[in-house]
Design a protein. Structure first.
Length: 239
């Protein structure tokens, strides 16, 4: 089993600890690839739109993005961990997600995403952990993923683990371990089920791409959809 982890900071703090608690269950059985942001995707998307219009390999940050994209595609499970920064995910995570906008369903989603599973772990000192999780889930679901598990918690005391009351530490650890146990029981040999919402999005985009292709058969996204067979009878959730 392969797990790809995206850490929204390089800090070995609470988020890191929470993510480690989750991964503990999988350490002996999984091949784990981790990315730390901003180190592994250090620049902002500048909005040139080259990825959409000319291909992702034209992005100035392709050397970073191709590694992340490959690891995400190959993973049986994606884990994304983030603290809340001003009520949202970190700027580094947002910058990485911006770079992967070309993987959103209206553009060129990876077929692998439709049958993949993901886990989102977020925390905040007092508030914002849920909106930080939503920032990440928006991308995961628009990449095509249906089976997304999530756990979020508030520290309500201190941002240093050893200063958090023991009772709170135990509650945090127990919630994360519960999720890890649940996820570890999944039969990863079986693909995740694509839900109705993902299929609805797919068919709406398919309609849009069919129209765009009539106007311009050379349009990159249309050509991709056509090559995948999605404009015809092929569906990414079917073998
Ligand atoms: C720039 C910045 C912004 C933050 N914004 C929030 C926030 O909006 N709400 C909140 O409850 N905590 C906020 N925090 C605290 C973090 O969510 C987190 O609890 C803290 O950084 C400890 O996590 P870490 O050890 O993984 O960095 C912020 C921290 C930083 C560094």
């Amino acid at each position: 089993m392969k797990i790809t982890v995206i850490n929204a900071t390089e800090i070995k703090g609470i988020t890191f600890r929470a993510k480690e608690m989750f991964l503990e269950q999988f350490k002996d059985s999984a091949e784990i690839t981790e990315f730390y942001l901003p180190k592994d995707c250090p620049s902002f998307c500048i909005g040139c739109k080259s990825c959409f219009l000319r291909g992702e390999d034209k992005c100035k940050d392709f050397e970073y993005i191709q590694k992340i994209d490959k690891a995400l595609k190959e993973a049986d499970l994606i884990v994304m961990a983030s603290p809340a920064y001003v009520f949202h995910t970190t700027g580094a995570m947002k910058a990485m997600l911006d770079h992967l906008a070309y993987r959103w369903m209206p553009h060129r989603p990876s077929k692998e995403m439709f049958t993949k599973r993901a886990v989102v772990i977020t925390q905040a000192l007092g508030a914002g952990e849920k909106s930080a999780a939503k920032d990440i889930k928006d991308s995961l679901s628009w990449w095509g993923i249906s089976e997304i598990y999530s756990t979020s918690f508030k520290l309500m005391s201190d941002v240093v683990w050893d200063k958090i009351p023991e009772k709170k530490q135990i509650a945090i650890e127990s919630n994360i371990k519960k999720l890890a146990t649940k996820v570890s029981k999944i039969d990863f040999a079986k693909p995740a089920k694509t839900n109705l919402l993902a299929k609805l999005k797919f068919f709406m985009v398919r309609m849009m791409q069919t129209g765009l292709g009539k106007d311009n058969p050379e349009y990159l996204d249309f050509k991709y959809w056509k090559e995948q067979g999605w404009i015809d009878k092929v569906r990414p959730w079917k073998k």
